[in-house]
Design a protein around this ligand. Structure first.
Ligand SMILES: *Cc1c(COP(=O)(O)O)cnc(C)c1O
Length: 485
């Protein structure tokens, strides 16, 4: 039965209540509702809520939830984002009462278990980074970038140096120049060579005493490890600048190479990528940063420290850039990262990266005959294929291919990024996919490449919404039910 009648009854009750609210105890006098609320604030009709039975409501939300794609439902080769599995064990551990029942305002001596876990995570990240000082506070990779750049700015202020420029390659993620701007720097783009590496001549022509930081993603967003990194670091350090390592691609080099060893002064991690945290609707993420000894005094507070009395949150750091987020970070994601690292251990983490690279190279070898990979025959954890030929020959774009993949039950790869590859499709299979899944995906790409152009240009055909206006959807999203619709 629909609830219309129930709502009507409630409304009748509230109307009668206007003449006097019936209160539970007999000796408490009745107070007319109008004495509690101004009469012009009282509703004259029931709210126009949808009238639904419970099963109807459950079906509505259950069906909505199945329209979404996630790593739990589909292969999700979204390059740059490392959409690996989210171990269910991590979910259980992060939801233990000893963790979720804590409150950040509790005194530190009642938070010792959690603080020990976070302290250990700081130590492990420092080891993986090869950079000794860690802040777990930033809430996302992008915020980690900004926090670390603010530390660099504080460092140069202390030295009395006016350094205004942050350099980043043209293959960089958009957050790099955006974070530089947020931290008060001007951004300068450095060219890449056709092979996808930093153009050394262009870098050198832009390095000077105004250079504060060179931000580099290595392996880069083309899935290539730039072997010039030691040389790059030397050149940047020679002019007094610092190297920022965007750690979004750490999945390729865990336990194999450490940014601190190849010249980085600071970096961020993306636990929701590298350490298997779920990415959900833009969050929750985390963006811990690791920095060199020189930059340590500027880290955001609080930092988890250990002394003879146990673990505590240290706020007293006069040179700190201050807080970049409430409390001590996005603890739920950090606990999952801790569980992931501890589950794998040092050798296991290295195998994660080896398998991620192996899977990507296997898929590259299958895909390049259909969609050429301009940057070559080998990659790290991801590669960027080009749909330019299909576009020229038949007018089918990378976007059409991406949309058609949805019909076959695959999340699309990242498209049109990095912009230096025409009709770019950035594919990252991760270490957690089987050979069978990769074979089926390559086969599907092949099948799509042979399909009629109009079928592809109108795809997807099986989703409840086909092609929304993406700009409008981003700028003016309709996120709430409205009685007018
Ligand atoms: C994901 C990503 C970022 C930004 O990280 P968020 O956690 O999404 O803020 C920065 N750089 C690269 C290369 C990335 O892939």
């Amino acid at each position: 039965m629909r609830n219309t009648r129930a709502t009507q009854l409630l409304f009748e009750l509230s109307k009668s209540g206007r003449r006097g609210v019936r209160l539970p105890a007999a000796d408490v006098p009745e107070v007319p509702l109008a004495d509690l609320l101004p009469t012009d604030a009282l509703a004259s009709a029931p709210p126009p809520l949808p009238e639904l039975t419970e099963p109807e409501l459950v079906r509505h939300f259950t069906n909505l939830s199945t329209q979404n794609m996630s790593v739990d439902t589909h292969f999700y080769p979204l390059g740059s984002c490392t959409m690996k599995h989210n171990p269910k064990r991590n979910e259980r551990l992060a939801n233990l009462p000893g963790i979720i029942d804590l409150h950040p305002y509790q005194p530190a001596d009642t938070l010792q278990g959690l603080l020990e876990l976070l302290w250990n995570l700081q130590e492990m990240l420092a080891e993986i980074a090869g950079l000794p000082a860690v802040s777990l506070q930033p809430a996302a990779g992008a915020q980690g970038e900004m926090a670390a750049l603010l530390c660099a700015a504080a460092h140069f202020r202390k030295l009395g140096q006016q350094r205004t420029k942050v350099l980043a390659p043209d293959s960089a993620h958009g957050t790099n120049p955006a974070s530089a701007k947020m931290a008060g720097f001007d951004t300068v783009t450095v060219k890449s060579t056709p092979a996808g590496y930093v153009d050394m001549a262009d870098l050198e022509s832009k390095l000077d005493l105004q250079t504060a930081v060179f931000m580099i993603t290595n392996p880069n967003t083309l899935g290539m490890f730039d072997r010039q990194i030691a040389e790059i670091a030397k050149k940047v350090h020679e002019v007094g600048g610092l190297i920022y390592l965007d750690g979004a691609n750490m999945n390729a080099i865990l336990g194999i190479a450490r940014p601190g060893d190849f010249g980085a002064d600071m970096m961020h991690f993306n636990p929701h990528k590298t350490f298997s945290g779920p990415h959900g609707g833009g969050g929750p993420g985390a963006g811990p940063i690791s920095v060199s000894k020189v930059l340590e005094p500027y880290l955001p507070v609080p930092v988890v420290v250990r002394d003879e009395n146990g673990f505590h949150l240290e706020y007293d750091r006069p040179e700190s850039i201050g807080r970049v987020r409430s409390f001590f970070g996005n603890v739920g994601v950090l606990v999952r990262a801790y569980c992931y690292i501890r589950t794998h251990g040092p050798d296991g983490l290295k195998r994660v990266s080896e398998n991620a690279v192996l899977n990507a190279n296997y898929l590259l070898s299958k895909v390049k005959h259909i969609f050429p990979v301009p940057q070559g025959d080998r990659c790290m954890h991801e590669f960027v294929a080009s749909g330019a030929k299909l576009k020229n020959d038949r007018g089918v774009s990378a976007m059409d291919v991406a949309k058609r993949l949805l019909d076959y039950g695959y999340h699309a790869p990242t498209v049109y990024f990095p912009p230096i590859v025409r009709e770019a499709m950035m594919i990252e299979p991760t270490e957690t996919e089987s050979k069978e899944t990769l074979d089926a995906f390559a086969q599907t790409l092949f099948r799509i490449s042979e399909e009629p152009a109009d079928l592809l240009q109108e795809a997807p055909h099986t989703t409840s919404i086909s092609r929304p206006d993406e700009v409008q959807a981003a700028r003016q999203p309709i996120v709430a039910w409205s009685p007018k619709v």
